[in-house]
Design a protein around this ligand. Structure first.
Ligand code: HEC
Ligand code: HEC
Length: 353
């Protein structure tokens, strides 16, 4: 058996003492660091957020971008909903916006009432993307009067407008589980926007008119260079192999939006595409020039697509938007000019009235 000399014992105590001191120092440092981290948590969070923005955006001025981004509306987090029933309904609404076709498309599991597009194809990130046609201002501004119908419209009517036009389909029954879920989701998205106010960055971003008419021939070259790799040469997009929804949605033809839809107006199409297409473009890193956006709009919207009869639209023709492509008008400009531009002379005519 080994016996410890007093010297060994002393050394053991000393080394234990050192360990205790070291642990204490470490602990104090951690305790000191915590409040510092806490106080700077916003800055730290920003550093990580910045890292996850797209590569193209990183090339542009980062500081300016971080400032700009914080101005914009941000969708609330579904996980903050405490009522379990409501949370489930809102989640179903989001699912229906993101994957409309699976439930309500030509092979829909709930009903077959629309063309295979998803709401999300045009309302990006389930209607939450800044200037990606998001729903930030819907709850705060509806019901509202709309000149297209000449009536006060509620959210149900507006949702069904897109079903009947953008999805070239049939309306959902107001009392259906699906309509109630979509409405709950859209209302939830607007819970952080004051009634009557518009969320910063909602809808589509403004785009200046060209001084000339938009040109479908030039637009065809833009399409071939920057769109057709995904949307295909025939504009028919690409379905998933199981046919449940599109990987790349069609831009014209019988599966696309009809001629009464919002995107059939040149300005809506050009604004949407300028700040969102080709896929990956954003409002602060657009990839098309203004001319390319207008010309490709002219090309796509001069292709064949379903026609919808809407004799009740625009009961007051003087309220038609400048780029509404169907007469009669309260001015003497041609249908052709109302469709392709130049729009500035029409704008001047109405501002003088
Ligand atoms: C093909 C593109 C497209 C699809 C698909 C589409 N929408 Fe839209 N939607 C638009 C455009 C463009 C507008 C804005 C039109 C305008 O202001 O003239 C719009 C506007 C809306 C608005 C009003 C937004 C506001 O701030 O006033 C709601 C709500 C809406 N859509 C819901 C839906 C729902 C729900 C679906 C799916 C059933 C859907 N949309 C599918 C293009 C589309
Ligand atoms: C890399 C693939 C890709 C390219 C390139 C691309 N898109 Fe898209 N586009 C998509 C996808 C994917 C969606 C649907 C987005 C979603 O559901 O999140 C879409 C949606 C659209 C929509 C709305 C939905 C519809 O069917 O009407 C339009 C309009 C559109 N793109 C136009 C264009 C135009 C014009 C160009 C060229 C300037 C272009 N896209 C280039 C992938 C692409």
């Amino acid at each position: 058996m080994e016996t410890n000399s007093p010297k060994d014992g002393f050394e053991e105590v000393l080394s234990l003492f050192r360990k205790v001191i070291r642990t204490l120092i470490l602990l104090t440092m951690v305790l000191l660091a915590l409040p510092i981290l806490y106080v700077n948590r916003d800055r730290i969070e920003k550093v990580f957020q910045k890292k996850s923005t797209p590569v193209l955006a990183d090339i542009t001025d980062n500081t300016k971008q971080a400032d700009d981004e914080s101005r914009f509306w941000k969708a609330p987090d579904i996980n903050t909903i405490t009522d379990a029933g409501l949370k489930k309904q809102v989640e179903y609404g989001k699912e229906l916006i993101a994957h409309t076709s699976k439930y309500l498309g030509p092979n829909g599991s709930v009903a077959k009432i629309s063309n295979g597009l998803n709401c999300q194809n045009c309302h990006l990130d389930a209607g939450t993307r800044i200037f990606g046609n998001n729903y930030g201002s819907v709850a705060s501004t509806y019901p509202k009067f709309r000149a297209r119908s000449g009536q006060e419209e509620d959210i149900y009517k507006r949702v069904n407008d897109c079903f009947e036009r953008s999805l070239n389909g049939k309306p959902l029954k107001v009392e259906s589980e699906e309509m109630q879920a979509i409405k709950s989701y859209i209302e939830f998205l607007g819970t952080n926007v004051k009634k009557g106010e518009k969320a910063e960055g909602s809808g589509l971003k403004e785009l200046a008119f060209l001084d000339r008419a938009a040109d479908p021939v030039k637009g065809k070259s833009v399409y071939e260079a920057k769109c057709q790799s995904c949307h295909q040469a025939d504009g028919q997009g690409q379905l998933l192999p199981d046919g449940s929804e599109y990987t790349f949605p069609p831009l014209w033809g019988k599966h696309s939006y009809n001629d009464a839809a919002g995107l059939y107006r040149m300005s809506n199409f050009a604004k949407y595409v300028k700040y969102n297409m080709p896929l990956g473009a954003t409002h602060n890193s657009p990839q098309l020039t203004d001319e390319e956006a207008w010309d490709v709009a002219a090309y796509v919207n001069s292709q064949e697509r379903p026609h919808k009869n809407v004799p009740k639209d625009w009961p007051d023709i003087a309220k038609k938007p400048i780029d509404h492509p169907f007469g009669p008008y309260a001015d003497s400009f041609s249908e052709e000019q109302h469709k392709y531009g130049p729009f500035n002379p029409i704008k001047e005519f109405y501002s003088k009235k």
